[in-house]
Design a binder for this molecule. Structure first.
Ligand code: ACO
Length: 405
């Protein structure tokens, strides 16, 4: 199954030979049937379906079914799947008290890492990874409860009471209800905005062996339970070079301040004093196909909300214009990535900046858990154990403290 440009080096280890590949620039760590990326052509497929078609014609829960099961559901399978997901949205009541241990102003991602990891303490009846039924229940629990936990992280950070899920709403409308409802004013779903967030979820649902998915696989390869593995993925995603990028985009726009400051900022980027956040990608050396979809959604949302002339949006468009015309960016194939636009859309939807990475984690949970399940179900699974190039001291003898100097 290996492609023509892939060399199988597994037998090297038996001869004592190793490859040195920091950052895994040229290393496949696994075989997978879930997601295919052609970085040069700027193409992304989930289970063979182009991301543009899924974003246009499908919805997030159907995409979840597809990623986990490998096929699109029939109408009956889809109804059953949606019903099961929406019937697991409540969290154990004791979990709500777990939050009280956090500082009032804790970052929502800090709480996500802790609370999702703690799920294994609450759902001990789905931890046997060798039991297919346990794995299935754990997957449903994660997909169903992640929006509830994400909304709770936000509400706690804001000092607002938790809002219980409404299972009569769609997955995404229910999340917005839990985020935005107040005791005096229940959230009324706006179909354009709900659809926009649903597309954000779809676009972020999987992206093959990125840092967080590789983290989930590595954690899972030791036999760790799925809740702990997903918590590991969330921790990895938090970094500004990965899931924290859309948050970093908005902070960057705030830092630049106004359109007239853009040229000086871009000179600083070229002098390498700072990066242009939301640009560049390890795999895409062409336009990120998710960015093209997100760009369209961005315009739809801003039109719906009458924000076309919002200064922050104008500033972002000026950055985009200069970057697409400037030889520095063209030569390095630095195009806007999905996070450049998703931050702007989420901001317009009223989602506060510290929640951006939480939304990413929510959407990516299905990708992580699909990869975890694919790996566990593989009879040839091995614990992940990279080697290293040792560059430290050679052998030396211990010196007692009074003789050191
Ligand atoms: N701004 C300015 N220059 C950049 C940027 C950027 N955002 N990204 C890369 N470059 C430059 C590098 O300085 C380097 O220049 P050089 O050849 O003169 O040394 C060249 O482009 C190649 O960059 P690398 O660092 O080798 O690219 P790599 O594949 O390792 O990095 C990464 C990819 C981490 C995404 C990087 O582009 C980056 O930091 N971007 C900003 C953060 C971001 O938007 N992350 C989101 C990724 S998408 C996601 O997680 C959903």
């Amino acid at each position: 199954t290996l492609g023509p440009d892939v060399v199988d080096i597994r037998s090297f280890s038996k001869t004592g030979m190793f490859t040195f590949d920091p950052g895994f620039l040229a290393t496949s760590s696994c075989e997978s049937k879930i997601t295919y990326i052609d970085g040069d052509l700027g193409q992304l497929y989930y289970r063979g379906y182009p991301i543009e078609q899924l974003a246009e014609q499908s919805d997030y829960l159907e995409v979840c079914y597809l990623l986990i099961n490998g096929e699109l559901p029939t109408a009956q399978q889809s109804a059953e799947f949606n019903r099961t997901v929406m019937s697991h949205t409540m969290v154990h009541e004791q979990l709500t008290r777990f939050f009280n241990g956090f500082r009032r102003d804790a970052h929502p991602m800090a709480m996500m890492v802790g609370v999702v990891g703690a799920l294994s303490a609450f759902y001990q009846d789905s931890l046997d990874i060798n039991n297919e039924e346990h794995r299935k229940v754990a997957m449903f629990r994660l997909i169903s409860k992640i929006p509830t936990i994400a909304a709770m992280c936000y509400r706690y950070n804001q000092g607002l009471p938790f809002v219980y899920p409404r299972n009569d709403l769609s997955y995404t409308a229910n999340f917005m209800h839990m985020m935005f409802s107040t005791p005096c004013e229940p959230y009324v779903p706006n179909p354009v905005l709900v659809r926009a967030l649903d597309v954000i979820f779809t676009l972020h649902a999987d992206h093959e062996q990125n840092a967080s998915t590789s983290t989930v696989r590595l954690a899972g390869s030791s036999g760790a339970n799925p809740f702990a593995c997903i918590a590991a993925g969330i921790a990895c995603l938090w970094g500004p070079s990965h899931g924290g990028a859309n948050e970093a985009v908005l902070l960057m726009l705030d830092e630049i301040g106004s359109v007239d400051k853009v040229p000086a900022f871009m000179e600083g980027v070229k002098a390498k004093t700072h990066k242009l956040m939301g640009f560049g990608h390890r795999v895409y050396k062409n336009m990120d196909p998710r960015a093209s979809v997100m760009r369209r959604i961005c315009y739809e949302v801003l039109n719906e909300l009458g924000l076309q002339n919002d200064p922050k949006f104008k500033l972002a468009m000026e950055l985009e214009r200069i970057a697409l015309e400037d030889s520095y960016f063209i030569e390095r194939k630095l195009y806007p990535n999905v996070d450049f636009y998703s931050g702007i859309v989420q901001s317009a939807l009223g989602i506060p900046v510290p929640m951006f990475t939480v939304i990413f984690a929510l959407a990516r949970t299905v990708g992580w858990i699909s990869h975890w399940n694919e790996m566990i179900a593989d009879p040839g699974m091995k614990i992940g154990r990279p080697r290293q190039q040792y560059t430290g001291a050679t052998k030396r003898d211990y010196v007692p403290a009074d003789q050191r100097g």
